[in-house]
Design a protein around this ligand. Sequence first.
Ligand code: TPP
Ligand code: DXP
Ligand code: MG
Length: 630
Amino acid sequence: MSEYLSKIKSPADVKLLSLAELERLAEEIRERLIQGVAKTGGHIGPNLGVVELTIAMHYVFDTPKDNFVFDVSHQSYVHKLLTGREDRFDTIRQPGGLNGFMLRTESDHDSFGAGHAGTALSAALGMAVARDMAGGDEHVIALAGDAAFTNGISFEALNNVAAQTKRLIIVLNDNEWSIDKNVGAIAEYFHKIATNPTYVNLHDRAVGLIGKFGGRAATHIARKAEEAAKGVIGRGMIFEEFGLNYYGPVDGHNLPLLIETFKFLKSQNKPVVLHALTQKGRGFQPAIEKQKKFHGLGPYDPETGETKPTGQKTYSEIFAESLTKLANTNDKVVAITAAMPNGTALDLFRPHHPKRYFDVGIAEEHAVLFAAGMATKGFRPFCAIYSTFLQRAFDQVVHDVALQRLPVVFCMDRGGLSGDDGPTHHGLFDISYLRGVPNLIHMDPKDEDELQDMMFTALEYDGPSAIRYPRGTGPGVPLKLQPAAIQIGKAEVLKDGRDLSGHVEVAIFALGNMVAEGEKLAKALESEGHTVALINGRFAKPIDAACVGAFARKAGVLVTMEDHVLAGGYGSAVLESLNEQSIEVPVVRVGWPDEFIEHGKPDELRARYGVTAGAALERVRPLLPKPVSA
Ligand SMILES: Cc1ncc(C[n+]2csc(CCOP(=O)(O)OP(=O)(O)O)c2C)c(N)n1
Ligand SMILES: CC(=O)[C@@H](O)[C@H](O)COP(=O)(O)O
Ligand SMILES: [Mg+2]
């Protein structure tokens, strides 16, 4: 049992501790994080990096009256431990347990939910201005990582801050890492500040002075650090140019310094940025040595950091392998990621074609526009952006790629349920938001080999295309040596089942990873004496209208199955096709309902929401005539 952490029921308890006790609390929190996340999986690296920052923030400020807004909020585990959720910490990212991100419905201390990067500064500014208008005196503090500043929205907010409020505190948590190493000029800029000898000297002096004179010195040091930093980079500090006072860089693990600095910043009547230097994974050697791996991962050995090897290749790895093959024979193929080389597996492509690999930072809108620009020069960009993150670049897909019929390929990993990350990361909307876009084709493979074929098909297509595929592994179908093109808009009849008159009792149209559920449903119906057809839809756009018509005209029931919301999804496309062909037939659509799906294990969630063969069988059975007993 921890001596201090177990007694923290709210931030008020943090304020009662002495500096020495706060240091002990930090040690206990690190131990709790390492041991707890080892079981649950999660974002251990980012959270180990913000232990002192979060303690100091809760020591100086008063949530929920004061508002903390974390960018992405994957680094909010320490905040959760200090705000009355320590006893439930072992449920984090587990079914029915704490969410892995901040969630307004989970706690009053969670001022703003997140999961996608770049939101904190804008949301915090909105809260600050609302406070000013209401005559409030609460503090608003945004904590954002260095990579959050590679996101355009962060700069849209910075452009507005000074004109709109005098009181906003921004903490730049600079560990020089995104998921991979942080990229771009802003990363370079922060690095220059952090490694300047003046700062290093100041830091050493700060530690000495604090020890000697206590807080007053810290304030002095904070100001000296600011002058030094400005001396290094000149008055033209990027934040100063936006009208904010810049302080730092300060050691983001030095609790006394942080506490004194926050007390100083609290009194400022001007928007301020505190540049804190932290170490991602601090206190856990495996996470320090492998910061990319320990950004976010499944369960691991808390002693060694070892994780269970994943035997079968994931769809992401198949994607990277297939793209490498295409790039080997076509020198116009280029790969673009928005700060997700690891998750998309493009870090497997990069060594083969380093000059044709681009990580643009957390900047999906820019990534799509960048791809569009390259496409105008004859290149064939493959934009690897998770389905959920591509939502950020919808206008660029429509206005800049599809309208100009540019041949950009959107490879949407995590298409479908994402699992432990929950509603901010499930890729359940991409068919709906892309199906209405002219010129664009939308594909969803039933297995790994078909993913390879679809990528080849996309390369051959003279316009924009989107391919969605799920997180994790598929059925394990080996890849052909050479991919084969698929006829655009052509579905694949896996099981015909029609009798000589063309009649079939049930026609199942399944898409992507739901083809496997379709096979289970077909087997179950046949075992109950019904005739069944099973079609692999392949395309959500264009729909294979001829195939839909051929089966639907003489089917007793039509079933559609998709790992996507029903509203505007594949089943909707089939319904529209039936309407256009004036075909009336009962249709059972299997997919996600019109609500945000919580985090959890995919199989459990599918069972709970009826996105399974079993649930489909229960809905289809009453629509069928009693089979003639054999
Ligand atoms: C719009 C969007 N794109 C990509 C991601 C994936 N992502 C989650 S955290 C992260 C890196 C964040 O780096 P930083 O802000 O520096 O925080 P740190 O993890 O270093 O604490 C990325 C790319 C996301 N959450 N949102
Ligand atoms: C916080 C964030 O957005 C990423 O770290 C995300 O959690 C990665 O998801 P995967 O684990 O599916 O790659
Ligand atoms: Mg970072």
